[in-house]
Ligand binder design. Sequence first.
Ligand SMILES: NC(=O)c1ccc[n+]([C@@H]2O[C@H](COP(=O)([O-])OP(=O)(O)OC[C@H]3O[C@@H](n4cnc5c(N)ncnc54)[C@H](OP(=O)(O)O)[C@@H]3O)[C@@H](O)[C@H]2O)c1
Length: 338
Amino acid sequence: MIRVGVNGYGTIGRRVADAVLMQKDMELVGVTKVHPDYRVETAIKKGIDVYAANEKALQSFRNSGYNVKGVLDDLLKRVDVIVDCSPEGNGPQNKLIYEASKVRAIFQGGEDHELTGLSFVAQCNYDNARGKNMVRVVSCNTTALCRILNSLSNNFGIYRARAVLARRAADPDETGKGPIDAVVLDPATVPSHHGPDVQSVMGNIDVVTMAFKVPTTHMHLHSLIVSLKKKATREEVIEALQKEPRTMLVESKLGFKSTSSIVDMARELSSPRNDIHEAVVWKDSVSTVENEVYMFMAVHQEAIVVPENVDAIRAITASATKEESMSMTDSSLGIRKF
Ligand SMILES: NC(=O)c1ccc[n+]([C@@H]2O[C@H](COP(=O)([O-])OP(=O)(O)OC[C@H]3O[C@@H](n4cnc5c(N)ncnc54)[C@H](OP(=O)(O)O)[C@@H]3O)[C@@H](O)[C@H]2O)c1
């Protein structure tokens, strides 16, 4: 059993913790929190051990009557791998703590590539992470782009890729964020950071991205235009995408007219938290003109990186091959193929 801790129990940390609990080869030793709020109660109700992220947090837990299991340092003594799900920017200081404890660590996409020198998407570079001490699972948008570009690259070769990202403004519980009535260029300059981030996984691929924020909380929407090295028909591109792991195709004629329909499908299927781990491509948007392929893709920002975190745990502990790990992860999380 791989003993796993999760440092930070927010949007990503709670999902990673639940996913670890579902793995037969992993034990969730505990999670950390800073604030003694309802999420501590829900963790305890699930039987998850809660630790304070630091000494100051320990004091506020004690003042609130919570008997937590200790602080982060205590958790680190009990785990083989720590998954850092703390807010972006905490990585550099946390890395020093993990190194001092000699614990392998996984960071999230809010940190820079340079923090670990290895940015991870399971189907692209699982083997590069085998036995490494630290890796970074890339952000939600980068993960989705890498899955699609991996498929197109392996099947047809990519001359260049261009993507415009309409990003959700906030996660559903982030009531302090906006906009609520505007479209915000994020950033106004080109490229956005997503293109270079894809390159941190896929090497010298020619990819440029632009991004803006829209007043929604549940999904991002990407418009992709990719020039292929080998001319392909629409049907050939669809066939390639259907074979790509963790990619789902939906059709507007079946009622998938918006990101809301996709979330509604997840609700109907009783997916935990309505999570969608797959990159969702509209089959009827896939079109080809000469060597160019076009498509729309939706990305559930809260969920898509969860399977990657689970695979990253197996990769850095060298406990399973890529195929074994992705298969275990996908069947435990109920990853769908439509
Ligand atoms: N949200 C997304 O859509 C998304 C998608 C992909 C990747 N990511 C990346 O995932 C990482 C985490 O993001 P998130 O959205 O999950 O953040 P979040 O919802 O704000 O959760 C952060 C968690 O970290 C805890 N925390 C705060 N300060 C801490 C510290 N110093 N040490 C340890 N824990 C601390 C918070 O504790 P309390 O709950 O007690 O306040 C909270 O549980 C970031 O790198 C982000 O860029 C986020």
